[in-house]
Design a protein around this ligand. Structure first.
Ligand code: ATP
Ligand code: MG
Length: 362
C-alpha cells in the first residue's frame, strides 16, 4: 500500500459559533481520515487567537503568528468577532493579517442551492443552482489606505479618507483565475462586476483588463455588469450566473446575498487561496461569530463543513471533496436541517448525519 499522506492543519476556531462549527468540521475530517484506509491523515495544531485572546493579551494573534503557521498545509478558520471588540480590530488583527500575510489573493465562494432547503424565492427558472463567486482578496476597497483627521475629532468637522487600490497585476491575476476556473466547469461563462460608471479610475482599469484577458479565452462566454444591476440579477435571473468575479467589497456583499437566496448565511463556504501554493490557503465559512446564537449548540455547521470540502479539494483529495459535498446534500435532502434553515436539529445532530451519510454516498 502506498504511504499515508500526512497533512498538517493550523486550526483557528476563533470566537462565538466559530468554535462550535470548527469542532464539527474537524470531527468530519478526522472521521474521513480514519475511514481512508491509511490514504491520508491530519495532524492539527490549535491556535487560540481571536477576540477573547485580544481581551486578555491586547492583540488578536501572536506577533509571529503568521510565521507560526507558515509551514502548515492549510488553515481551518472559524470566525472572529465579539461584542466590545470593534469589528475592524478583529478583522484586521487576525483574518486580514493572515490573508495578506500569505498573499491569499483569491477568495472563492460557491453559491449552492441544497436539496430540501426552503428557498427564499420561488423562482420558475431555478431548481438546482450552483454558481461560484470569485472575490479579489488582496487590494481594492480593502487596501487599508486612508486616514482620519483626528485633530478634528469631536468638532463636528472631522474628515476621513478611505481609498481603493487597483493594480493592473492584481486585476489581471484574479480575472485570469476566474477564466481558468470557468474552463473547469460544464458551462463556461464569466461575469465581471464593477461600478465603473461612478468609480472612474480603478474600476475602469479592471474593465479594461477584463476585456484584454477575455481575448485569451475565446471558448468562455463573458458579460459585464454594474454591481447595482447585478444585485437585482442575483434575484431575478440567478440561472444566468456561473462564475462571477468582482472586487473585494462587491464580492463580499454579493456573497451574503447569494447565500441568503440559497437559504441562509449558515450554508456558505469559502476558501482564501494562494493559487501559486507558495503559502498555506485558508478555509472558513462566510458567516461571522453570530454572538446572538453562540453557546447554544444550534449554529448551522454546513458552511464550515463545506469549507472543509474545499480544503480537501485543495489538498488534492478530489474524490473525498465530492463525497463530502454529496453527504451534505444527502443530509439536507433527508430534512435534517438546523434552525436557520427552518429545521429543529442541533449543530451536533447535523454533523452526525453528514458523517453517517458519507458511507451512503461513497
Ligand atoms: P460578526 O461580527 O462576527 O460578523 P455577526 O453578528 O455579523 O458576527 P454573522 O455571523 O455575520 O453575525 O451572521 C449574522 C446573523 O446570521 C447571525 O447573527 C445569526 O443569527 C445568523 N447566522 C450566521 N451564521 C449562522 C449559522 N452558521 N447558523 C445559524 N445562524 C447563523
Ligand atoms: Mg458579520
Amino acid at each position: 500500500m502506498s504511504e499515508t499522506k500526512k497533512f498538517r492543519l493550523a486550526v483557528i476556531p476563533g470566537d462565538g459559533i466559530g468554535k462550535e462549527v470548527v469542532r464539527e468540521g474537524m470531527r468530519v475530517l478526522q472521521h474521513m481520515a480514519e475511514e481512508s484506509d491509511g490514504k491520508f491523515s491530519f495532524e492539527s495544531d490549535y491556535f487560540p487567537w481571536g477576540c477573547e485572546y485580544y481581551l486578555e493579551h491586547g492583540k488578536m494573534m501572536d506577533e509571529d503568528g503568521v510565521e507560526k503557521i507558515k509551514d502548515h498545509d492549510a488553515i481551518y478558520f472559524g470566525a472572529v468577532g465579539f461584542p466590545g471588540v470593534p469589528d475592524h480590530v478583529s478583522l484586521w488583527g487576525l483574518r486580514l493579517a493572515i490573508c495578506q500575510g500569505f498573499d491569499q489573493w483569491a477568495n472563492i465562494r460557491p453559491v449552492e442551492f441544497l436539496p430540501g432547503v426552503p428557498r427564499r424565492l420561488n423562482h420558475p427558472n431555478v431548481d438546482d443552482l450552483n454558481w461560484i463567486l470569485v472575490r479579489e482578496n488582496s487590494e481594492g476597497e480593502y487596501s487599508g489606505i486612508g486616514g482620519r483627521n483626528f485633530a478634528g475629532r469631536g468638532t463636528g468637522n472631522e474628515v476621513a479618507v478611505q481609498s481603493s487600490l487597483f493594480t493592473e497585476k492584481g486585476c489581471e491575476r484574479i480575472i485570469r483565475f476566474a477564466f481558468d476556473l470557468a474552463r473547469t466547469r460544464d458551462r463556461k461563462k464569466v461575469t465581471s462586476v464593477t461600478k465603473s460608471n461612478a468609480q472612474q479610475y480603478g474600476m475602469v482599469l479592471w474593465d479594461e483588463v477584463f476585456a484584454r484577458v477575455s481575448k485569451d479565452y475565446p471558448d468562455v462566454e463573458t458579460d459585464q455588469w454594474l454591481v447595482d444591476a447585478m444585485a437585482a440579477q442575483f434575484v431575478l435571473h440567478p440561472e444566468e450566473l456561473e462564475v462571477v468575479v468582482a472586487s473585494n467589497l462587491f464580492a463580499d456583499i454579493l456573497s451574503d446575498l447569494g447565500s441568503a437566496l440559497a437559504g441562509s448565511l449558515g450554508i456558505a463556504a469559502s476558501a482564501n487561496l494562494n493559487p501559486e501554493r507558495r503559502t498555506p490557503s485558508m478555509f472558513e465559512s462566510v458567516h461571522g461569530s453570530a454572538p446572538d446564537i453562540a453557546g447554544k449548540g444550534v449554529a448551522n455547521p454546513i458552511g464550515t463543513i463545506g469549507s472543509a470540502a474545499l480544503m480537501l479539494d485543495h489538498l488534492g483529495l478530489k474524490d473525498e471533496a465530492v463525497q463530502l459535498n454529496k453527504a451534505i446534500e444527502e443530509t439536507t435532502r433527508q430534512g435534517i436541517l438546523p434552525r436557520d434553515l427552518g429545521g429543529s436539529f442541533d449543530t451536533v445532530d447535523v454533523t452526525d448525519a453528514i458523517i453517517k451519510n458519507l458511507a451512503k454516498v461513497k
